[in-house]
Design a protein around this ligand. Structure first.
Ligand SMILES: [Zn+2]
Length: 101
C-alpha cells in the first residue's frame, strides 16, 4: 500500500507568494527532488509559486518531466493549481498517496 504524504500550502513573504512543502521522503533520490524544481529546507522539501515582475505572470519551478512549465499564469490560483497538479503526479509516480492540507 502506498504511503501517504501531506503537502502543506502556506503564504510566503507576500500575498502573491505561496510555498508548497512536505516532509522529505527518504526513498526519493535528492537529485530527483532538485530536478523537479524543489529545494531542501531542513527536513522539508519546499517549492514556491510566486509573482514575477519581469515575466509579468505567476511562475513556479515545480514540474514533472524534463520541461519546466511555460504557461503564463495570470492568477495565483491558476499557478497553484498547475504546481499542485504536477506535484501530485510526481509523488504518485514515486508511489505516494497525496493529501493537501
Ligand atoms: Zn504552470
Amino acid at each position: 500500500m502506498a504511503e501517504k504524504i501531506t503537502v502543506y500550502v502556506r503564504k510566503g513573504r507576500t500575498d502573491h507568494e505561496r510555498i508548497l512543502s512536505f516532509n522529505r521522503p527518504p526513498d526519493i533520490p535528492q537529485t530527483d527532488i532538485l530536478e523537479a524544481g524543489m529545494a531542501f529546507d531542513g527536513n522539508a522539501v519546499v517549492s514556491a509559486v510566486e509573482w514575477n515582475d519581469r515575466a509579468g505572470h505567476f511562475i513556479h519551478a515545480l514540474h514533472v518531466g524534463d520541461e519546466p512549465c511555460r504557461e503564463h499564469h495570470q492568477s495565483l490560483a491558476g499557478a497553484l493549481r498547475c504546481a499542485e497538479a504536477q506535484l501530485f503526479t510526481w509523488l504518485v509516480l514515486h508511489d505516494y498517496e497525496v493529501e493537501f492540507a
